[in-house]
Ligand binder design. Structure first.
Ligand SMILES: Cc1cc2nc3c(=O)[nH]c(=O)nc-3n(C[C@H](O)[C@H](O)[C@H](O)COP(=O)(O)OP(=O)(O)OC[C@H]3O[C@@H](n4cnc5c(N)ncnc54)[C@H](O)[C@@H]3O)c2cc1C
Length: 565
């Protein structure tokens, strides 16, 4: 397998496929090379949201000045101005272009930014991919990575982001939403005979399906099980790549540009240990196991590429739980809805609260790190809740008690992964926390609920906190007393959605060398590149948004259609 393409793209997540599509639309020959046996990367498993200020969809009101002010504030001066400018310039343009190709996006009505107290914040900047009919992709549909387990209702039924939110926040009519999801799945008899997989591609599957379909229609090959091994350069310019294919090495020539879109280094324990500020396990990461191990970072090293923001992840608390029928099959479960529900609090290993439990998942991770560095007793921390919470809300893969009562939770969960006790003191004993400290923390939480004011950490004070709470709980959707026995506890690990640090790039997505020059013909996008937002997660879609926007920017720069080509 040898050959030459104008553009070679490494990785088939959002960044890679978008770059490939834009390059093809620019009239260039393109190939996408993917290491895994399935395409779509972490993106396919994700919520699929993109964060785009001034997107112009619906009746959204926003302005460039507000968006700029927001980003400057929340990134705390750490981000590079030229990358923020490029993002603000090209994100709305990219959405308009995709819409013109029939790749649809819908505004998530009212969805807040992640810092609703910051200047320039505007709700509605997050966009969700429009649902795609998987049938259009033929057999290729089944070669796409499945959504993350918890993003499928009961582990099987596709949900849109708005539907998942409606169910999680128990918005009025959530039962109707669930019934609609079941009906669509079962009233599809011919597809049901073919596969158990839901034909409705939603969330990250929808974003990837739409891009894959557009590439297919343009004849762009996506070659699976073809990992990048080495980048070849002559006179400082990228000329080709060495890949592995069916057990042998092969060369593919790069005529104009190589786009590295191979994700971050979250699945490399070695790179995690080398770069992250506290000791973490790759197993806690919510990203696909056989996925991103920093291959492109390592390959680009040989060309003298620089790196940036390597100490950061897109943090998201997780918990480790066994599967229901196999005690040995332990998988990370996302906890990023769970810590925000009322009738709960989070404490460290000393039994003390250390954060506003209703903050965004990225801020949650940062608070865990800060507390670990302060106390040495935060990894893991604990979500503590009462019988009211248990009845109403899920927790990792454990469904609400009203759907999955305690008697249906397998025996192998109890007292190893999931804990219950008739009193707080007994619960503290079971999980090894100081009884007095846990009781004092619960009393502090209950006092905050009674006063509707959390003096210690400000839980429930921001519009963000209240939006993601339970709207049926008054006066504050984020807080409820932790008072009804029995009491429950589950461990929270420092999970992530990928790493934020990577190759240093400029506003055109060109990789910068340690001597400060752009390496000719080399581009990096998505988590392969350092985040344009430095160590900040500005809003829902804050990682896939930049992956796609800089894929778009890179393809234009390669084609010579952007300003500075
Ligand atoms: C459960 C979950 C929900 C999330 N929800 C959202 C959300 O709604 N919005 C949001 O913005 N972010 C979300 N994220 C984060 C987001 O999914 C990732 O940050 C983003 O998808 C990364 O995109 P990427 O293109 O950089 O990498 P990926 O999508 O991971 O793609 C990289 C691809 O490169 C391949 N690859 C790796 N090495 C090589 C190699 N040597 N050769 C060839 N190919 C290689 C990988 O196999 C992979 O397919 C979520 C993450 C998770 C886990």
């Amino acid at each position: 397998m040898n050959g030459e393409y104008d553009v070679v793209v490494i990785g088939s997540g959002a960044g890679g496929l978008l770059a490939a599509l834009r390059a093809a639309e620019n009239g260039l020959s393109v190939v996408v090379l993917e290491k895994a046996a399935l395409y779509g990367g972490t993106t396919a498993t994700s919520g699929g949201a993109i964060w785009v200020p001034c997107h112009g969809l619906g009746d959204h009101e926003d302005s460039r000045e507000q968006a700029e002010s927001y980003l400057n504030h929340v990134t705390g001066g750490e981000a590079h101005g030229e990358r923020l400018t490029a993002y603000l310039d090209h994100a709305p343009e990219m959405v308009g272009w995709m819409q013109s190709l029939g790749i649809g996006w819908d505004m998530l009505e009212g969805y807040p930014d992640y810092f609703t107290e910051a200047p320039g914040t505007v709700p509605g900047r997050a966009l969700a991919p429009a649902e795609v009919d998987g049938k259009l992709l033929g057999e290729d549909y089944l070669n796409m990575r499945l959504p993350f387990g918890a993003f499928m209702l009961l582990g099987r039924y596709s949900m849109g982001l708005d539907q998942a939110f409606s169910l999680s926040a128990r918005l009025p009519g959530w039962q109707r939403v669930a019934a609609g999801i079941f009906a669509k799945y079962w009233l599809d008899p011919l597809w049901r005979l073919r596969t158990k997989r839901d034909r409705r591609a939603t969330m990250g599957n929808a974003a990837i399906a739409a891009l894959r379909l557009a590439l297919k229609q343009r004849g762009v090959p996506v070659m699976l099980e073809t990992p990048l091994r080495r980048i070849e350069a002559q006179d400082g310019r990228v000329t080709g790549v060495e890949v592995e294919r069916e057990g042998a090495l092969a060369r593919i020539g790069v005529g104009k540009g190589l786009v590295l879109a191979a994700g971050g280094f979250e699945q490399s324990q070695h790179l995690r240990d080398e770069n992250l500020p506290v000791s973490t396990s790759a197993e806690w990461s919510l990203t696909p196991r056989s996925g991103n191990t920093g291959d492109a970072l390592i390959a680009a090293d040989a060309l003298g590429a620089d790196r940036e923001f390597m100490a950061n992840c897109w943090w998201a608390p997780s918990t480790m739980l066994p599967s229901f029928d196999d005690p040995e099959d332990i998988q990370p479960q996302q906890m990023f809805f769970d810590h925000r529900h009322p009738h709960s609090l989070v404490v460290n290993g000393l039994g003390e609260r250390f954060l506003n439990e209703s903050c965004s998942y990225d801020e949650f991770g940062k608070a865990m790190i800060a507390d670990q560095q302060r106390t040495g007793a935060n990894l893991p921390c604990w979500l503590i809740f009462d019988a009211t919470y248990r009845d109403k809300y899920g927790c990792g893969s454990i469904m609400p008690g009203s759907i999955m009562p305690d008697r249906r939770i397998p025996a192998h969960f109890w007292d190893r992964w999931f804990y219950r006790a008739p009193s707080l003191a007994e619960l503290a004993d079971k999980i090894g926390l100081p009884v007095d400290a846990l009781e004092a923390s619960v009393a502090q939480m209950n006092k905050a609920v009674a006063a509707d004011r959390d003096e210690a950490f400000g839980r429930g004070a921001s519009a963000y906190d209240r939006f993601f709470g339970d709207q049926s709980v008054a006066p504050n959707p984020s807080m409820g007393p932790v008072a009804a026995p029995p009491f429950y506890a589950i461990r929270i690990e420092l999970g992530d959605l990928g790493t934020k640090g990577g190759l240093k790039v400029d506003g055109d997505a060109r990789v910068i060398s340690t001597s400060g020059e752009a390496i000719e013909g080399l581009y990096a996008v998505g988590n392969c590149a350092a985040s344009p937002f430095a160590n900040c997660y500005p809003g829902s879609g804050g990682t896939i948004g930049p992956a796609m926007v800089f894929g778009y920017v890179a393809a234009d720069h390669i084609a010579g259609t952007s300003g500075s080509a």
